[in-house]
Each structure stands twice: as structure tokens, then as C-alpha cells.
Design a protein around this ligand. Structure first.
Ligand code: FFO
Ligand code: GTP
Length: 427
């Protein structure tokens, strides 16, 4: 097994830079660089020297023992003064050691997974935690990272295993002797697991939105003030504004943090019938993105339009309210109604985000659906009064296997590359 190393902090000049080393020979690096192996789990100030005994830096060194480290292996961290030159000198000194090599992205975490320090959902939570840009993303990620999904899966698994144990007792019975109360108890357990699965499955869409961001599309006829409103929301000149109808063609996106929620506002081409080919393409694009958005803000000039059927969360407002007066209007130019609009959007999205459970991605959905299907099948068999309990047991085994895949106990190899390729170097 190689010993791996990498810069764990961001590239470039900084106050402190951390170089991390993990693997069987990690402690040997301390012997080379510090002349000694400092006591484990204590911050020790050390003079780091290169192979020619020239001073590289004075650094804080942290040594971790195998079995009591992030990766589960022997580890050493060098907390250096954060200059490019110091980092380069330390990385070079490490590269010169036998069986040492630069870590691949996510490789420290991969070793933590392989050594059983984390399960797959915790690894995914960690990736999201590092990617988190807003408070809602951080809160969701830290729950998963902490093992909340893993713990739920473990409880479901226990219930399924318990059901399997109940059935195992009946295997020696002849078909007619299988007591009804056993299958009834199995069915009760299945229903309880199914209920939990259902809740988590429902929450995945909301969790995905929190991870990837919500979308709010601003739509309406040309020249109504959509781009001006977008700029007012963004607080900068994101979109071009002119008094020529049909100015915006492509969708313009502005990403914002609304009370911790990641939200992308979309400015779209004004909706109208036109002979202009490019504008027509822009309108088609506007309609498509608006349809996929979580909320549509429709600016009107008071006239009816057949372009738009509002859904419950959509918001309809009269544009250029400074010119027309009255209520239910908004003006990007004067700012009238803008904070109210933001408040309404925030409240709606917070409500949506609150549906998120601890299952956060498509992979979780697929595994939970697979388990759910097997449980459906068990219930169906019990319903029709099956006496072949080995069929029930087989369904349960498959459901357990789906849950095991979810936490990475089985069938993981194929997944790992795609999960770790998005990790930072040094993580
Ligand atoms: N300097 C530094 N800061 C860091 C990390 C790190 O690796 N190094 N982390 C890395 O991502 C995070 C902290 N996570 C960590 C997780 C586990 C262990 C660890 O040593 N675990 C042992 C012992 C546990 C204990 O004593 O309570 C273990 O689990 O066996 C260390 C850091 C954030 N900050
Ligand atoms: N009085 C007033 N004028 C506005 C307001 N919002 C925009 N305008 C003006 O109306 C014209 C069109 O504004 P835009 O923001 O480009 O309108 P749009 O809806 O994005 O237009 P398209 O790109 O054609 O779809 C510009 O001259 C703006 O300065 C407003 O709230 N009040």
C-alpha cells in the first residue's frame, strides 16, 4: 500500500497551508522532515528540514495513529506557513521518499471509506459539505455527513432482518402449518419500513433543490421590465436593458443566496408572437425554462395572455408600478415591491426546502425504490395468503441488498470512481 500525500488546503498564498500524509509509512515522513516522530494527537512545533538538512519551515506537526485518524491509517499533517515555495519544498521532500506518491482527488476519503471509518452516504455528505455555499446546503450536508441517512438505513435493515428471522423459523413447517400471525407480523414490519421509505423518497426532490439550487423564472411580455427587475434583485447590471421590445433573447441567470437558500433567478425573452426567427427560439427557451422553474414571476401589463397558466406558487404582478399605480405591482426601476417579492419567494422556497429529509440524491432514490418494490411484493404475497415463505424471504434479502448498496456495503466499486472524481485534491 502506497503512502499518499497532498496539499489539503486551497492552492495559493495563505496564512497557513496543510499538507496531509496517510499510509503505512506516513510517520517515516516525520522522521525525515522533523528528525523525530512527535507524540500522536498533539500539536508539536517542529523545524522541517530537507534531505540536505536545510531548513524549509517551522511548522506545527500533527501525528495520528492508525485506527485513530480520519483515514484509519497512520497520518501526519504539516501545518506550514502558507507560501507556494514552502508547500512546493515540502511536497518535493515527500515525493523523494520511497513508496510515497501524490494522492488522487478524494483518495484520503476513499481510504476512510475502505477502512470502515465512514459509510458511502457519509462520504456523499462530506462532498456536499465541502461544496456547500449557503446555510441550507450546509445544514443538509452536515446531517448526511454525520450519518443520519446511514442510521435510518440501519434501522430499516434491522426491521427487515427481524422479519427474515421470523420467517426462518417457519421454513421447516409444512406449508399448511405456517402460522398466520407470522406473516401478519412480517407485513406489519414491512408497512412500517415502507412508511419511512415513502417519507424519505418524497423529500429527495426538495433535497436535490437545496443541493443544486432553486430556480425562479421571470416571465412576461416584452418591455415590461423583466431585465430591470432581475438587475434590481441581483443588485448589479446582470442583464442588458433597453426600450426596444425583444431585447432579451437567451436566458440570463443570476445566482443568489436567499436567507441561506441557493436560488437562481432567470430573466427570459419577452413572450409575444413574432416573425423574428431568433426571438422565436428565445421565447421557446423561455417557456421551457419557466416550466421547469420552481416559481414563475409573471409581470403583466394588465392584459390577458394565453401564454401563461399560473400554478399555486407562481406570482403575478403588474410591471412598472411607478407608472400605473395601484396594488399588486412592482417596479425594478424604483424598487417598489421588490423586497415584498423577495419575502414571498423566500417563504415559498423555505416551505419547499423544509420537505427535505436526509436522502439527498438520485442514487439514494434508486436504492430506496428498489427496496420499496421488494416490500410491495412481500405485502402483495401476504395479501394473497401465500404459504411459500421462502418467496417472502427472497424479497427481503433483495430489499436488504438494496439498502446495503445505499450505504456502500455491497456493489460499490462502480460507484466510487464517479463519486470521488468530484472531490478536491487533498480530501
Ligand atoms: N487539521 C485537520 N482539520 C480537520 C480535519 C483534518 O483531517 N485535519 N478534518 C478532516 O476531514 C475535519 C475533522 N475531521 C476529523 C475526523 C476524524 C478524525 C480522527 O482522528 N478520528 C479518529 C479519532 C476520533 C477521536 O479521537 O474522537 C477516529 O475516528 O478513529 C480527525 C478529524 C475538519 N478539520
Ligand atoms: N418607469 C419604469 N420603466 C421601467 C421599469 N422597468 C423597466 N423600465 C423601462 O422599460 C424598458 C424595458 O425594460 P426591460 O427591463 O429591458 O424590459 P424587459 O421586460 O426585460 O424587455 P424584453 O427584453 O424586451 O423582454 C427600459 O427602457 C426600462 O428602462 C419600471 O419599473 N418603471
Amino acid at each position: 500500500m502506497d503512502t499518499i500525500y497532498a496539499l489539503a488546503t486551497a492552492q495559493g498564498k495563505a496564512g497557513v497551508a496543510v499538507v496531509r500524509v496517510s499510509g503505512p509509512d506516513a510517520w517515516k515522513s516525520a522522521l525525515h522532515l522533523c528528525g523525530r516522530v512527535p507524540a500522536p494527537r498533539r500539536a508539536s512545533l517542529c523545524r522541517l528540514t530537507d534531505a540536505n538538512d536545510h531548513l524549509i519551515d517551522c511548522a506545527l506537526v500533527l501525528v495520528f495513529e492508525k485506527g485513530a485518524s480520519f483515514t484509519g491509517e497512520d497520518c501526519v499533517e504539516y501545518h506550514l506557513h502558507g507560501s507556494r515555495a514552502i508547500v512546493a519544498a515540502v511536497l518535493k521532500a515527500l515525493a523523494d521518499l520511497d513508496d510515497f506518491r501524490l494522492a488522487e482527488p478524494g483518495e484520503f476519503t476513499r481510504r476512510a471509506l475502505e477502512n470502515g471509518c465512514m459509510d458511502l452516504t457519509e462520504v456523499e455528505g462530506l462532498a456536499d459539505l465541502i461544496d456547500a455555499e449557503t446555510e441550507a446546503q450546509r445544514r443538509l450536508a452536515v446531517r448526511v455527513f454525520e450519518g443520519a441517512l446511514g442510521a435510518k438505513v440501519a434501522r430499516w435493515r434491522e426491521q427487515l432482518v427481524h422479519a427474515m428471522a421470523l420467517l426462518a423459523v417457519t421454513i421447516d413447517f409444512s406449508d399448511e402449518d405456517v402460522p398466520d400471525d407470522v406473516t401478519a407480523e412480517v407485513a406489519t414490519l414491512m408497512r412500517s419500513v415502507q412508511e419511512d421509505l415513502q417519507v424519505e423518497l418524497t423529500g429527495i426532490s426538495a433535497a436535490e433543490r437545496v443541493r443544486d439550487g432553486f430556480e425562479v423564472a421571470i416571465i412576461g411580455p416584452p418591455n415590461i421590465g423583466k431585465s430591470t427587475l432581475l438587475n434590481a434583485l441581483a443588485g448589479r447590471d446582470a442583464a442588458l436593458i433597453s426600450d426596444i421590445a425583444g431585447t432579451t433573447r437567451d436566458v440570463i441567470e443570476v445566482r443568489m443566496d436567499l436567507s441561506g437558500l441557493p436560488v437562481t433567478f432567470l430573466d427570459t425573452a419577452g413572450l409575444r408572437d413574432t416573425n423574428d426567427h431568433v426571438e422565436t427560439l428565445g421565447i421557446a427557451r423561455a417557456l421551457k425554462r419557466a416550466e421547469q422553474a420552481d416559481i414563475r414571476v409573471f409581470l403583466t401589463d394588465g392584459r390577458v395572455t394565453d401564454h401563461f397558466m399560473p400554478e399555486p406558487d407562481d406570482i403575478v404582478l403588474r410591471g412598472k408600478s411607478d407608472l400605473t399605480g395601484g396594488s399588486a405591482g412592482i417596479s425594478g426601476k424604483t424598487g417598489e415591491g421588490v423586497s415584498e417579492l423577495l419575502a414571498q419567494i423566500t417563504a415559498t422556497l423555505q416551505q419547499k426546502a423544509s420537505q427535505a429529509g436526509v436522502a439527498t440524491q438520485e442514487r439514494h432514490r434508486i436504492a430506496m425504490k428498489r427496496a420499496n418494490e421488494r416490500l410491495e411484493h412481500v405485502l402483495m404475497l401476504v395479501e394473497i395468503g401465500t404459504e411459500q415463505t421462502e418467496l417472502l424471504a427472497e424479497d427481503l434479502r433483495q430489499a436488504v441488498s438494496a439498502l446495503d448498496a445505499l450505504v456502500g456495503k455491497v456493489d460499490v466499486e462502480d460507484l466510487l470512481d464517479s463519486i470521488f472524481k468530484n472531490f478536491c485534491l487533498g480530501k
